[in-house]
Design a protein around this ligand. Structure first.
Ligand SMILES: [Zn+2]
Length: 125
């Protein structure tokens, strides 16, 4: 049987929310209200082949080919990140609604912090 290591012994005693905040969202603020405690990151990606404007698509393809733009692997090919926003607890719902209204070819990724009331327990075997 494994031992349980509780929050106080992990991550210098930082709670899950504060630890994730320190790692993921270091120094970021809510995009809408500038609150220093964002709980969610919203990133938007577009596959290079899905860019609607042919001129922009070709220019982007050449820049990706030359290695001037970092890319992420998507199901539909190489993708580029087109947007990044942060939302605090008060703005999260409206930020999600705004992100859902984007164009259909945009891929939106939500990263949420774990809720602080959820205990962090790791079992070591
Ligand atoms: Zn906010």
């Amino acid at each position: 049987m494994g031992d349980q290591i509780h929050t106080k012994k992990l991550f210098q005693g930082l709670g899950t929310e504060r630890f994730a905040f320190a790692i993921m969202f270091k120094g970021k603020r809510c995009t809408t209200c500038k609150s220093p405690k964002p709980i969610m990151r919203i990133q938007t990606f577009v596959a290079v082949s899905d860019i609607p404007n042919p001129t922009v698509r070709e220019a982007t393809r050449l820049m990706v080919q030359a290695g001037e733009i970092p890319t992420v692997p998507l199901v539909t090919g190489k993708g580029i990140r087109t947007g990044e926003a942060y939302a605090c607890a008060d703005c999260a719902a409206s930020a999600e609604r705004a992100a859902a209204r984007g164009p259909s070819f945009a891929i939106v990724v939500f990263d949420r912090l774990p809720r602080s009331e959820q205990p962090l327990v790791q079992v070591v075997r």
